[in-house]
Design a protein around this ligand. Structure first.
Ligand code: FAQ
Length: 322
């Protein structure tokens, strides 16, 4: 259903009285709730974005889950376990928010497992060392927060409310990741080199998390008009770079971008060209780990079949007893 592309032109052509009243509510910063009237295009765009977001959280458990058995201490292992569990919880709130729009969770799962649904490009990259775990917290959660804080003011109530708790947890993850990288940077030369190598590999994919440049973003116009998105992809990407570069310099690390420089006139960090061909390849299913990630999700789904069957049998038994 949500694979049908929606663009701003389609949204702009709906000029019915209901659509005008709906837009007036949005403009007045009123929250839209599931039983309220909403244009089909608004509903479809939310189902698309919220379900992609939910899939990202759930697939996002895999790269870090890979290091749970190899964490360097019991304390690090406990914190990583809790973080990965938090990401699974975020997926559950988000699937629930999508369900309020009239879509079945089974259909969303089927779209992910069949390879038809998108999830964030970032989770198709491998975690090669312990420094990657710190770097994911620092940069990936850092980018996620930059994008998600404005979503706490999204016009659709269930999504906005889910984001409040998600952002609190992501902020903690970001601090925890930064502390891992800080420890490595204050350690042996080998540990510092490991942190530098992780930054070199994760920096550009993190900038891609914010989506295509504004000129190529097909959904932004409609989503901003509906106050689903409050900032454009390029606007959030720049905010992330401005916040993160000083943090990296404090760690004594170098960003893998010879064009990175502070522009006194604008007060922003200017950065070099992003490799959008790589982004498109990853979205098309040809990133370093796309196949591995989907296989892991399919295996988890198959291995969990007995839990679903037992839960359904239990519910049926209770209905018969009632
Ligand atoms: N990866 O027209 P736009 C996390 C797609 S959560 C893959 O600009 P839009 C937590 C886009 O879907 C990370 N696909 O689209 C965590 C669209 O495809 P479609 C996820 C991407 O929706 C941390 C097409 O390109 N966060 O990290 C990407 O207006 C650590 C055209 O793009 C969210 O999902 C991408 N990077 O803006 C977990 C936040 N970028 O549907 C574990 C909510 C774009 O036409 C460990 N989502 N595409 O086939 C959003 O804010 C928006 O959906 C954007 C894209 C900004 C991602």
């Amino acid at each position: 259903m949500y694979s049908q592309a929606l663009n701003s032109k389609e949204a702009a052509t709906d000029s019915s009285p209901e659509a005008d009243r709906f837009q007036a509510r949005i403009d007045a910063e009123e929250r839209i709730e599931p039983n309220d009237w909403m244009p089909d295009a608004y509903r479809r765009t939310l189902i698309r974005q919220i379900s992609q977001h939910a899939h990202s959280e759930v697939v996002g458990m895999l790269p870090e889950g890979n290091w749970i058995t190899r964490a360097p201490s019991l304390r690090r292992k406990a914190a990583l376990l809790a973080k990965v569990q938090d990401e699974g919880g975020h997926g559950l709130y988000l699937y629930s928010a999508a369900e309020t729009l009239g879509v079945a969770r089974e259909d969303l799962e089927d779209q992910l497992l069949s390879g038809r649904a998108k999830y964030s490009s970032i989770f198709n990259y491998p975690t090669l060392s312990w420094a990657d775990i710190g770097t994911i917290g620092w940069l990936v959660d850092g980018a996620a927060i930059m994008n998600q804080i404005p979503l706490c003011r999204c016009s659709f109530g269930p999504y906005a409310r889910a984001m409040i708790r998600v952002c609190r947890e992501e902020s903690f993850h970001q601090r925890q990741g930064y502390e891992i990288v800080l420890t490595l940077c204050g350690g042996t030369p080998e540990q510092k080199a490991m942190a530098q190598d992780a930054l070199n590999r994760w920096w550009w994919p993190c900038l891609m998390m914010f989506g295509p440049p504004d000129t190529d973003s097909r959904h932004s116009d409609a989503s901003m008009r509906w106050k689903i998105k409050r900032f454009s992809n390029d606007g959030l990407r720049q905010k992330f770079v401005d916040a993160t570069v000083p943090q990296g310099h404090f760690l004594g690390l170098t960003f893998p971008d010879p064009d990175l420089r502070y522009d006194e006139a604008t007060g922003h960090w200017q950065f070099g060209a992003i490799d959008w061909d790589e982004f498109r390849r990853v979205l098309a299913g040809d990133g370093p780990c796309n196949r591995e990630r989907l296989e892991a999700r399919r295996k988890a789904h198959d291995d969990g079949a007995w839990v679903r069957e037992a839960a359904l049998a239990h519910a049926a038994k209770r209905r018969m007893a009632a």
